[in-house]
Design a protein around this ligand. Structure first.
Ligand code: NAG
Ligand code: NAG
Ligand code: NAG
Length: 177
């Protein structure tokens, strides 16, 4: 159950555009102004337009779930393609966050030095409102050397929560709803 999704960086200032003209420049992959992440995949109404929330876990880590699970997070920043909030940042860990049945790995936020989730920023048009928006596009898992490609998806987890996962390039274990 892994509908893919582009992660739209929801910036209110940009959402006021009346029609979507994509600027000619390449957006920076550093964003210092706080933002929230909205999941968009109109083919999957159950996830479409839900926000990415943070769920406090042990040791200062936060796990990522679709709203309404967890706490709203509108003060995320992006530093060289890495999602940060304060002292924690988004990583894609190996064992034990890997599950063999779908070959995906949890993405979550921690202070520790696990392989980072590295994103590029692209302009896009909101599928519903046609407003200009910034979108996070997964560039790589920051292993050494980096694993290029792959994408972020969500799946149903315990407690009727949708958790965020990393699906590697060419993954044939992934299932769609
Ligand atoms: C929506 O999810 C499907 C299934 O995973 C995927 O093929 C498609 O690319 C996704 N659409 C967007 C806009 O991400
Ligand atoms: C982000 O916002 C949350 C919720 O308002 C707050 O608890 C947290 O301290 C903030 N963190 C940073 C680094 O701004
Ligand atoms: C599972 O993911 C790994 C990379 O993490 C990839 O090399 C392998 O081909 C994938 N397996 C399947 C069955 O897709």
């Amino acid at each position: 159950m892994l509908p893919s999704s582009s992660l739209a960086v929801f910036l209110g200032a940009l959402a006021t555009a009346l029609a979507c003209d994509i600027p000619g420049d390449t957006p920076s992959n550093t964003i210092v102004e706080g933002f929230a992440i909205q999941v968009q995949n109109a083919s999957y109404p159950i996830i479409h337009n839900r926000m990415m929330n943070l769920w406090p876990a042990g040791g200062g880590d936060n796990h990522l779930y679709l709203s309404p699970a967890g706490d709203a997070a509108s003060n995320l920043t992006l530093a060289d393609g890495v999602i940060n909030r304060g002292i924690i940042h988004a990583v894609i860990n190996g064992e034990p966050q890997y599950t063999a049945d779908d070959n995906t790995t949890k993405i979550f936020m921690t202070q520790r030095g696990d392989p980072k989730a590295l994103f590029d920023v692209a302009y896009g048009c909101n599928p519903d409102t046609d407003a200009l928006q910034k979108e996070l596009v997964l560039r790589a898992r920051g292993t050494n050397p980096p694993t290029l490609g792959g994408h972020i998806c969500v799946r149903l987890a315990s407690g009727n929560r949708h958790e965020f996962r990393y699906s590697p390039p060419g993954n044939t274990g992934e299932q769609t709803l």
